[in-house]
Design a binder for this molecule. Structure first.
Ligand code: ZN
Ligand code: ZN
Length: 157
């Protein structure tokens, strides 16, 4: 018997088996990932852009010395990272975060939340709004149930 052949052949075989075993593991992992992604997607719809009407009504303020003194010298528009300058026009979200209107517009064309704190604005998407409404109710119900159990008011007869 040619030992060199036998030896190298054996290594090749074992490395193939090893590889295919790994491949199987990767495929299994991927199926789990897909299932997780599907689960996440089925529960939470992708947030639509902010309502055009709400965006149009966002207040525009002019940066003043006082505003900069209050926010600090390092205050920036978090989208373009430019320092706030006196007399700059800034658009303010309900969460009080400020951005340059030309910076904020493209963001709100794609998203419905503040880029800093994720405070959500209303959208024009009825399906999403009613999902949010249901989520809020479910959340309150969960909180209510937790309180009732803690308070001992909830009695099962
Ligand atoms: Zn900006
Ligand atoms: Zn914010």
């Amino acid at each position: 018997m040619n030992y060199t052949w036998y030896f190298s052949h054996n290594i090749i075989t074992s490395s193939i088996t090893h590889e295919s075993h790994q491949a199987k593991e990767i495929i299994t992992l991927c199926i789990i990932c897909c299932a997780m992604i599907l689960e996440i997607n089925s529960g939470v719809p992708k947030a639509p852009p902010a309502s055009k009407e709400v965006v149009a009504k966002l207040p525009v303020t002019t940066v003043t010395e006082e505003a900069i003194a209050k926010l600090g010298k390092d205050a920036v528009c978090s989208i373009c990272q430019e320092n706030l300058v006196v007399d700059d026009k800034m658009q303010e979200l309900p969460c009080k975060h400020m951005f340059h209107p030309p910076c904020l517009k493209p963001w709100l064309d794609e998203h419905n939340s503040c880029p800093i704190c994720r405070h959500e604005l209303k959208t024009d998407d009825h399906a999403y709004e009613s999902w949010k409404e249901r989520e809020k109710e479910a959340e309150e119900e969960r909180k209510g149930a937790a309180n009732a159990v803690r308070g001992g008011e909830y009695m099962y007869v």
